[in-house]
Design a protein around this ligand. Structure first.
Ligand code: AMP
Ligand code: MG
Length: 304
C-alpha cells in the first residue's frame, strides 16, 4: 500500500502503524495533533480549515472512485474499528457522502447469527467483499473476532473443544489467518485500508451522556455500551495486540485521533484519497479499433 499525491502529509504517516511495531495506545494522542501549519491557529479556525479540506477530499474521492470503477482493476476495502461511540457511522456518512452510491457498499456487522456461527469466523465477511471497481466499507469487521470475542471468549462460534479459545496459540492463530486472508485479497487486487478511531475514555463518557441527554439520540444508546465500557482496559489491551499483530505493509492500520469528529473525518478522507492516488490509475485506453467503432456509431446515430 502506497500513499501518493499532493495530499500526503507527514501526519498521515505518523499515525500509520509500522509493521511489527509494539503498539501502546497511551502513546497515541486521541485529540487533534496540530499540523505545523495549524500550530498557531485557534481550535475554531482549525475546524473551519479541516472542514474545507474534507470538502475538497470528498470531491477528490468522488473522482478517484470513478477512476476505480472505470479501470476495473482494483477493489477497495475500508475497515473501520473503534470502541462504542468512536464515530464509525458518522465518518462513513461524512466521508462517503460525495461518492456515487452505485460504486460503494457499506456493511455493518452486528452480533453474529446462528448461521454465521456455524461457519469459520471469516465466512460472513468474505461473502460481502467489494468487487473490482467498488469501494466496500466494513463498519466493524472480522477484527471483532479478536476484540469483543477476545474480551468475551464465551461468545466464540461453535468450535471443536480442542480448537477453542482455550487452546494454545488460539489468538495468534487468528492473527495469522487474518494476515493471510488480507494478503490473499491484496494479491488479487484489493486495496485495504484499516482505521482504528481512537477516542479517550472521557470522550466516550461525553458521547454516551449526550445520547442519554438527547431524545433524538436515544435510539443510538444500547445498555451494552455501558456494560462494555466497564471493560475499557481489557479492550485497550486487545486492541494493542491486534494492531501490533495485523498492521502490515500491504494492509496497514491507521490509529486515527478521534476525539474531534471533524479532525478524524478529514484524516480518514485524506488517507483514502492518497491511497487511491498511490494506485496510479488511469482511464482505460481506447484502442484504434474501438475508436473506429465509436466514430462509426456516432456517425450512424447522427445520420439516422
Ligand atoms: P453497533 O455497532 O453499535 O451496532 O453494535 C454492534 C454490536 O455487535 C457490538 O456490540 C459488537 O461488539 C457486536 N459484534 C460485532 N461483530 C461481532 C462478532 N464477530 N462477535 C461478537 N459480537 C460482535
Ligand atoms: Mg452501538
Amino acid at each position: 500500500m502506497e500513499l501518493r499525491g499532493p495530499k500526503v502529509k507527514d501526519y498521515l504517516r505518523k499515525f500509520m502503524v509500522e509493521p511489527g511495531k509494539n503498539v501502546r495506545l497511551k502513546k497515541y494522542d486521541t485529540g487533534w495533533v496540530r499540523h505545523e501549519t495549524l500550530k498557531t491557529t485557534s481550535d475554531g479556525k482549525a475546524k473551519g480549515l479541516l472542514e474545507e479540506m474534507l470538502e475538497k477530499d470528498r470531491a477528490a474521492l468522488a473522482e478517484a472512485q470513478e477512476l476505480l470503477a472505470a479501470s476495473q482493476e482494483y477493489g477497495m476495502l475500508i475497515v473501520l474499528q473503534g470502541m462504542d461511540s468512536a464515530g464509525k457511522d458518522g465518518t462513513i456518512r461524512h466521508v462517503m457522502s460525495g461518492v456515487n452510491p452505485q460504486g460503494c457498499s457499506v456493511h455493518s456487522f452486528k452480533v453474529p447469527c446462528l448461521e454465521d456461527h456455524a461457519h469459520d469466523f471469516l465466512w460472513r465477511y468474505s461473502r460481502v467483499l467489494p468487487e473490482r471497481g467498488m469501494i466496500g466499507i466494513f463498519n466493524r469487521s472480522y477484527y471483532e473476532d479478536v476484540l469483543v470475542v477476545r474480551v468475551h471468549p464465551e461468545r466464540v462460534e461453535t468450535l471443536p473443544g480442542k480448537l477453542g479459545p482455550g487452546s494454545d496459540g488460539f489468538w495468534t492463530g487468528r492473527f495469522k489467518d487474518i494476515n493471510a486472508f488480507e494478503k490473499h485479497l491484496v494479491r488479487n487486487g484489493t486495496l485495504i485500508l484499516k482505521f482504528f478511531l481512537n477516542i479517550s475514555k472521557d470522550e466516550q463518557k461525553r458521547r454516551l451522556l449526550d445520547r442519554l441527554n438527547n431524545k433524538e439520540k436515544y435510539w443510538k444508546f444500547s445498555t451494552a455500551d455501558l456494560a462494555e465500557r466497564q471493560f475499557w482496559d481489557q479492550y485497550t489491551k486487545v486492541y494493542e495486540e491486534m494492531l501490533s499483530a495485523t498492521s502490515t505493509d500491504y494492509a496497514p492500520w491507521f490509529v486515527v485521533p478521534a476525539d474531534y469528529k471533524w479532525a478524524a473525518r478529514t484524516f480518514v478522507a485524506e488517507v483514502i484519497v492518497s491511497a487511491i492516488g498511490g494506485l496510479d490509475l488511469s482511464s482505460p485506453k481506447i484502442s484504434a479499433e474501438q475508436l473506429k467503432q465509436i466514430l462509426a456509431a456516432k456517425k450512424e446515430l447522427e445520420t439516422e
